[in-house]
Design a protein around this ligand. Sequence first.
Ligand code: AMP
Length: 250
Amino acid sequence: MKALVAVKRVVDANVKVRVKPDHSGVDLTNVKMSINPFCEIAVEEAVRLKEKGTVSEIVVVSIGPKEAQEQIRSAMALGADRGILVETATDEIGALEVAKILKGIVEQEQPEIILLGKQAIDDDSNQVGQMLGALLGAGQGTFASEVKVEGGKVQVTREIDGGLQTVELSLPAIITTDLRLNEPRYAALPNIMKARKKPLETKSPADYGVTAASKLKTVKVESPAERQAGVQVKSVDELVNKLKNEAKVI
Ligand code: AMP
């Protein structure tokens, strides 16, 4: 069984992002970039399925600038077998275009399991997995906290508001990963070295009949409002008074 994992290059989760002075986006100059954390969970899940013998090959794909090769190599160091970079001129590519490119790759590669993160932490859009499911007419198990592949089906336990829901999908199936699905491993140095020799193909959006121009335009990006300093109160009465008359929350 083949697994395809989509990984996005994003600003590292530990970096405090700076908005560009003209508010056109986030300043990426000299900023550490990494695999989107939810995509790393998707890679880890594919590797675990391979270790169990369920999956025989893991193909990792990223759509983005040339530098996204680094994230593909990182995924290979974690255990993916080969990579596809769909090179675009900019980082700004819309969710629908990404989903259409992924559809083209799925049609070529014919994976049974398609793993994505539930969302990319740069724009928190949470759309690509669902769009890909719709474009392919495939079942989707989103926000997965457990994945079991058995007898040509996959059972996905999903984190929903009221608790956990388990759905059964026929293959090929789309799975988007939530935080509690697994804890990704660290890449060992020998595996980082081995990853350099694994095959990595470069394609263009046009190879999948897609023009990478997004239908969305970012109008303005702003930093969150500064948090105001807190105050210390001397008594419960004073606290209740402030909550009632100043914050007006009770
Ligand atoms: P989003 O819908 O943009 O929040 O992203 C959800 C998931 O779709 C990510 O965690 C990735 O698995 C996949 N994805 C989004 N954008 C890309 C991209 N440019 N390249 C590869 N995968 C992507």
